[in-house]
Design a binder for this molecule. Structure first.
Ligand SMILES: Cc1ncc(COP(=O)(O)O)c(C=O)c1O
Length: 312
């Protein structure tokens, strides 16, 4: 069977050989930015938006990766193309990782030198979305964690970076509250910001609310969800939303690239609405599935069936 390869600073290397130095800034300081895109029908989805954000993230942390945006796009398509025989017909995630490179202090020890490292890899979504199949039906449980978001004036979460230890701490706290619970962070005023890898939405009557874009990663899927909701005639508004306000929500859901939308049927140990995925969520997911030509939840079910036997 064909094996996957990784774009690595202009070359392609075997996925299981792709390495960075222990002296790379990414390992020393979490000093790197990244992107996660997914495919539908094996075509990168909303790649332009993901690359816009990647270049904005690089600009924020002042990394010049040496590739123009057009070069990066070409490298992305080349990576997909090279890997198609190894992707077995599955949809996949595309990960862009850009590190500042090796620390000059250790230059003679770093095989790749000290320039930024750009890598692009693709990986079938079998485990990731397959593992979430049940959630499209029963929904997730958001719990507000003691760990809060870092205000944008310290480290701006709009830049997708890997200095993410506070998200991990939030996940550990959520797991202690209930196995499988999804961590939901708040800002210093107690308003909801985002999950550790997803954005928050709630529906109340005909209105859809999502936190303002200050202290969050402005998800590409968040943008898609807002677009689709507007097309379907919902009033969509960015707002300060406190946990108190969620009591009045008919529905809650999260958005993120790989799974698109996951219904949230419990919030802080209480049911949301009637405790089942609601009509607004279902309409939006159907519209999203139509737009991309893939039954999103159906694909996750299909992948779930393969998950235990599929070997990456
Ligand atoms: C902290 C955080 N918020 C939100 C998101 C959702 O963003 P997107 O829809 O672009 O995947 C992510 C995705 O990884 C994330 O890490």
């Amino acid at each position: 069977m064909a094996s996957r390869v990784v774009y690595w600073n202009g070359d392609f290397v075997a996925e299981n050989e792709a390495r960075i130095s222990i002296f790379d800034c990414a390992l020393m300081y979490g000093d790197m930015v990244f992107e996660m895109t997914r495919s539908f029908r094996q075509q990168p989805y909303r790649l332009a938006e993901h690359l816009d954000r990647l270049y904005a993230s690089m600009d924020y942390v002042e990394i010049d990766c040496g590739l123009s945006r057009a070069d990066m796009e070409a490298a992305t398509y080349a990576t997909v193309e090279r890997n198609l025989p190894a992707l077995e017909g599955f949809d996949f995630q595309i990960m862009h990782d850009v590190t500042r490179g090796g620390l000059p202090l250790y230059d003679s020890l770093i095989r790749e030198g000290t320039r930024p490292v750009v890598s692009i890899n693709v990986f079938p979504l079998v485990r990731h979305t397959g593992g979430m199949a049940e959630r499209y039906v029963s929904g997730g449980h958001y719990v507000v964690t003691p760990q809060q978001s870092v205000p944008a004036r310290y480290v701006d979460p709009k830049a997708k970076n890997r200095s993410r230890i506070y998200y991990k701490v939030a996940e550990l706290q959520a797991a202690r509250m209930e196995a499988g619970a999804m961590a939901l962070l708040t800002d210093e005023h107690g308003y909801i910001t985002e999950g550790t890898g997803n954005n928050f939405f709630m529906a109340r009557g005909n209105e859809i609310l999502t936190p303002r874009g200050h202290d969050i990663l402005r998800g590409v899927s968040r943008g898609v969800c807002m677009e689709l909701a507007a097309q379907l005639g919902y009033a969509v508004r960015e707002a300060d939303i406190g946990p108190y306000d969620v009591r009045a929500a008919d529905e809650v859901w999260s958005t993120s690239t790989t799974v698109c939308m996951i219904p949230v049927t419990r919030f802080n140990f209480r049911p949301v609405g009637d405790g089942r995925p609601g009509p607004v969520y279902r309409r939006l997911l159907a519209a999203w599935s139509d737009a991309v030509g893939v039954d999103i939840a159906g694909q996750a079910r299909e992948y779930a069936a393969l998950r235990t036997t599929w070997v990456p």
